[in-house]
Design a binder for this molecule. Structure first.
Ligand SMILES: Cc1cc2nc3c(=O)[nH]c(=O)nc-3n(C[C@H](O)[C@H](O)[C@H](O)COP(=O)(O)O)c2cc1C
Length: 194
């Protein structure tokens, strides 16, 4: 049996993304859980940002932003950036999070976040009161101490990264659990053997 609810906004798990836009001297941080990879060639990333906040207009003006994935240790700081506005607060100063200069764009990345993306705004559209921004990924950073091999970005230790997971609908934060299988592999067990 299923219980139906009509159209609702619910999805889990989601990353807790901290989006930075502005310049190194004057940047704002906004918490955005509606983040997704969109295409692989070129690599792009999409974010949904409500038009009531400060950040939507800022991203449209600046045409660049960084996406910084929070870990469990900065949960309070990440939540703070989602319940305050850059209109009123300097969120870098208030949280103590550290801006680091990006290579290609003026918006800084956040040092305390283990995974960071520099993005150039390549497309934007509005659905209802929400901006959908598509960012071309210009650079990816990962904390070196989370990598088994610093020449291979896929060699990260996910338990060391300890991403802060957001459960949409329930409005709670969680951490990752145990590995249960290898993707693109385990399904082969159901392939019909000839
Ligand atoms: C866990 C969490 C996830 C959020 N996800 C989003 C999101 O995906 N999109 C969005 O527009 N706002 C999201 N918000 C709300 C914004 O972060 C919030 O409105 C913020 O105060 C806007 O800041 P600004 O005015 O500096 O842009 C989220 C807030 C929290 C706490």
């Amino acid at each position: 049996m299923k219980t139906s609810f009509g159209p609702q906004k619910i999805l889990f798990p989601l990353p807790t993304g901290l989006i930075v836009t502005g310049t190194f001297e004057k940047a704002n941080i906004v918490t955005v859980a509606w983040v997704s990879l969109l295409t692989s060639k070129p690599p792009t990333l999409g974010i949904s940002v409500g038009s009531k906040g400060f950040s939507g207009a800022e991203i449209l003006n600046n045409k660049h932003f960084t996406v910084n994935i929070a870990h469990v240790g900065i949960m309070k700081e990440a939540d703070f950036c989602g319940i305050t506005s850059g209109k009123d607060v300097d969120k870098f100063a208030a949280t103590g999070l550290t801006p680091l200069a990006s290579k290609h764009i003026a918006s800084p990345i956040i040092k305390e976040c283990p995974l960071n993306f520099e993005c150039l705004l390549v497309s934007s559209s509005k659905v209802g009161a929400t901006h959908h921004f598509v960012g071309k990924i210009l650079e990816v950073y990962m904390d070196s101490d989370k990598l088994k091999d610093t020449a291979d970005y896929t060699s990260f230790d996910i338990e060391a990264v300890n991403p802060l997971i957001y459960i949409g609908g329930a409005r709670e934060y969680r951490k990752i659990g145990e590995k249960v299988g290898d993707a693109y592999q385990i399904g082969k067990e159901l392939k019909i053997k000839k």
